[in-house]
Design a protein around this ligand. Structure first.
Ligand SMILES: Cc1ncc(COP(=O)(O)O)c(C=O)c1O
Length: 412
């Protein structure tokens, strides 16, 4: 049985300063979308903007649009917009490739800048691609090895043999958030470079790369930036490092003068050297449309609401779902987490599938994590209330315990 929406929830929504942003998204009715931490929702402006770019800029403008519509500058232009979201300056961020490829580029650049050091330090249980790319590099470079420290021991694990530390700011499973400034300081104290993976931070929580004296960072465009499935990723290189570091992918668009068409590579004197080839204009268009909503939003209020949604969810799950084997896997400390909350349950997979069948979309991360993202741009307090009511009802009735919820799909 689902209870009526209580007055205090209505009051929270009525007082929500960013509630109008929901109408700027095309969300299906009957769905409570708690997976914007995995794939952001579709902004209402994306389809018309894509249609305009396809019909007019591509269809009519043809190749002229590289100049007339500044397609050629899109990687930097959208990068500058992302810079404003993550506490970087204009000229410190570009949009390029995927997160995985940017991890490769930045790790290689950092290793080359720290000769004589032989360790890539990361975290046990980090998002797999971060570890896999580091391991792939170690397989190619015999003097490099990967050390994966336990999260609680990270500060102690940073020693003088470390060339580069690669950490995810907000953990993809637990939602726990590192103290970016403290870890970066320790890396610098030991002469290492620091790379932050911002996939679960950018657009979700306040990030201040400048204040943390961050060296390098990267992140994806398809989660809280709402750039669409497979949106291009971004990377950040602090201005003070840009001319010291080299990209291992020395494509023509990273050249100082790509249209001089010379035979010898000469890197651009700025962040442009981390570009490689022709940018995906349709993907960049969708990404820019998503980012424009965040640029427009009062971000401090947005992040505060994200935390309130997370806290409300935790509080309601604790209060209403006790006794069904659910454990809260994310910290209660709103200053030490991202904008998603993870629960643990031995039957997490079928419970998530039962929720999805009833319109509450979260996801599952093996072996036992039920993950729920709280995207303040398009979620209401009422959504959180209803989602926890449906969760409680599914647990109380045991209707998750059904064969149709147990067959694992390719994407969980
Ligand atoms: C922390 C983190 N890094 C990287 C990725 C994925 O990398 P890519 O965008 O190359 O698929 C994810 C995907 O969820 C992630 O959570």
């Amino acid at each position: 049985m689902i209870h009526e929406l209580p007055d205090f929830i209505r009051a929270l929504d009525a007082a929500d300063p960013v509630r109008n942003f929901r109408s700027k998204f095309s969300l299906p009715s009957g769905v409570i979308y708690l997976d914007g931490n995995s794939l952001g929702a579709l902004p209402a402006a994306t389809l018309p903007r894509l249609e305009e770019v396809v019909r007019q800029e591509w269809g009519t403008g043809l190749i002229r649009s590289w100049n007339t519509h500044d397609w050629i500058g899109a990687s930097r232009r959208v990068g500058d917009k992302i810079a404003a979201l993550v506490g970087a300056s204009a000229g410190e961020v570009v949009v390029a490739e995927s997160t995985s490829v940017n991890i490769f580029k930045l790790l290689m650049a950092a290793i080359a800048a720290r000769p004589g050091r032989n360790v890539i330090l990361s975290e046990a249980g980090n998002f797999p691609t971060d570890l896999y790319v580091a391991q792939g590099i170690a397989a190619f470079l015999p003097h490099i090895s990967v050390r994966a420290a336990e999260p609680g021991q990270m500060l102690d694990a940073i020693g003088d043999d470390v060339a580069v530390v690669l950490l995810t700011h907000v953990h993809y499973k637990t939602g726990d958030k590192y103290d970016m400034a403290a870890i970066t300081r320790r890396a610098h104290d030991h002469g290492a470079l620091m790379i932050w993976d911002l996939c679960h931070s950018a657009g979700a929580v306040k990030v201040d790369l400048g204040a943390a004296d961050a060296d390098l960072a990267l992140g994806c465009g398809y989660k809280y930036l709402n750039g669409g499935p497979g949106a291009p990723a971004f990377l950040y290189v602090a201005k003070r490092l840009q001319t010291q570091l080299q990209s291992p992918v020395t494509g023509w668009l990273g050249h100082a003068a790509p249209f001089a068409f010379t035979d010898d590579y000469r890197p651009a004197p700025d962040i442009g050297r981390f570009l490689s080839g022709t940018p995906p204009i349709l993907g960049l268009t969708a990404l820019e449309t998503g980012i424009d909503l965040l640029v427009e939003a009062p971000r401090d209020q947005l992040y505060e609401k994200g935390q309130k949604l997370c806290s409300l969810f935790i509080e309601l799950v604790e209060r209403n779902c006790a006794g069904y084997g659910i454990e809260i896997a994310t910290t209660r400390d709103s200053k030490a987490r991202g904008s998603h909350v993870s629960l643990r349950h031995a039957h997490g997979y079928p419970i998530v599938q039962a929720l999805i069948a009833e319109g509450v979309i979260g996801d599952f991360r093996a072996p036992d994590i039920l993950r729920f993202g709280f995207t303040p741009l398009y979620l209401s307090y009422a959504d959180v209330w209803r989602a926890t009511e449906i969760l409680r009802d599914i647990l109380a009735t045991g209707r998750w315990d059904d064969a149709r919820f147990k067959a694992r799909a390719a994407v969980t």
